[in-house]
Design a protein around this ligand. Structure first.
Ligand code: PHE
Length: 342
């Protein structure tokens, strides 16, 4: 029995060290060990010479050996197959890999960044606040008490009544929060998303992005406001663009104005974008109403300030001559990937 055991160990070693590197080798291996005249059959045939009392034990050993040879063979052929299929697929490792498409900045982000950087150069810093606001910060503190008719100027999404939560309709609410800190002089811009309950069309959406600005110090005048905005327009749209101010009304500024620029599409000659007027409105502005300063605990006898607010979508449409603002929120990559730095 010991002799048989030693013999089988010997065969095992031989099998384990056999070199099988291609299909022919594999077939030779199969014939040598598993074929009809192969080793396995031959040793199995020897069983009949084993004395009866040793048959059981010998049978067990041979069986184990059989399982070993068979599983060794199937492992070898599996390996062979997988390396063959790699060759079949013809992997050419010298070819360049699949390119990863490079993303691009959203046009609104590009213009947002540009607006922010222009005002940063003038010493404005960025302030942010919550998109879910209370009635006081969005309306009351801005000189729009309850039932004030001007509340209808901005159709509001209300969330709850008591307490009064709503989606901010402008980032003026952030200006209120900053003024309440009473850290004067104050020179900030407030970029952010705002919401209005408007029917979605090529020119209006129920959400859009704004940048509002605020400067509060002693002796701030309307002249400061105009110069700041002139500088902004020149930096944003170039030297050749004309600017005009029209008197307007906002409850939180007095006096108030709207600023137009000469139409970039038709250079002021008149087209559908400027409704044949040659001018496009880009922002509202004015001197901060004394009641707003008082509401935030700022002494309106000592301090004055100006404020302005613009929609980033409108500026982006003018910059890139996009005629439908719905494109900005539809996430069509073919549209979005066309924009490079403004
Ligand atoms: N808050 C105004 C709006 O959203 C814009 C504005 C800001 C007007 C500051 C004047 C002064 O329409």
């Amino acid at each position: 029995m010991n002799q048989l055991l030693a013999q089988l160990e010997q065969y095992k070693k031989e099998i384990e060290t056999s070199i099988v590197s291609n299909k022919e080798d594999l077939e030779t291996f199969r014939i040598k060990y598993l074929g009809t005249k192969g080793l396995l059959k031959t040793i199995m045939g020897e069983m009949k010479h084993v004395p009866v009392d040793q048959k059981k034990e010998a049978g067990q050993l041979l069986n184990e050996f059989k399982v070993f040879v068979e599983s060794f063979y199937s492992e070898l052929s599996a390996k062979m197959e997988s390396s063959e299929s790699a060759i079949k697929n013809e992997i050419d490792i010298s070819l360049p890999g699949h390119p990863l498409p490079l993303g691009s900045r959203h046009p609104i982000s590009i213009v947002h960044n540009k607006i922010v950087s222009i005002f940063q150069r003038l010493g404005f810093s960025v302030a942010e606040g919550p998109e879910i606001e209370d009635d006081w910060h969005n309306f009351t503190a801005l000189n729009l008490p309850e039932n004030h008719p001007a509340r209808d100027m901005q159709d509001t999404f209300y969330i709850s009544q008591n307490p009064d939560w709503l989606l901010r309709t402008h980032t003026s609410s952030v200006q209120i929060r900053e003024m309440q800190k009473n850290d004067l002089p104050l020179r900030i811009i407030c970029p952010g998303r705002v919401y209005r309950n408007e029917t979605i069309s090529a020119r209006a959406h129920c959400f859009f992005n704004q940048v509002e600005g605020l400067y509060i110090a002693e002796n701030v005048s309307f002249a400061d406001l105009k110069q700041t905005l002139y500088f902004f327009v020149k930096e944003m749209f170039g030297e050749g663009v004309k600017v005009r101010f029209r008197p307007s009304y906002f409850p939180f500024t007095e006096p108030s104005a709207e600023m137009d620029i000469s139409c970039l599409i038709c250079s002021g000659k008149g087209c559908s974008v400027c409704k044949r007027t040659g001018w496009v409105e880009i922002l509202g502005c004015g001197m901060v109403h004394p009641s707003v300063l008082d509401n935030c605990g700022i002494d309106s006898n000592k301090y004055t300030g100006f404020a302005f607010g613009m929609g980033i979508e409108r500026i982006t449409m003018l910059t890139y001559q996009v005629k439908d603002l719905r494109l900005f929120s539809e996430n069509d990559v073919r549209f979005l990937k066309q924009f490079t730095q403004a």
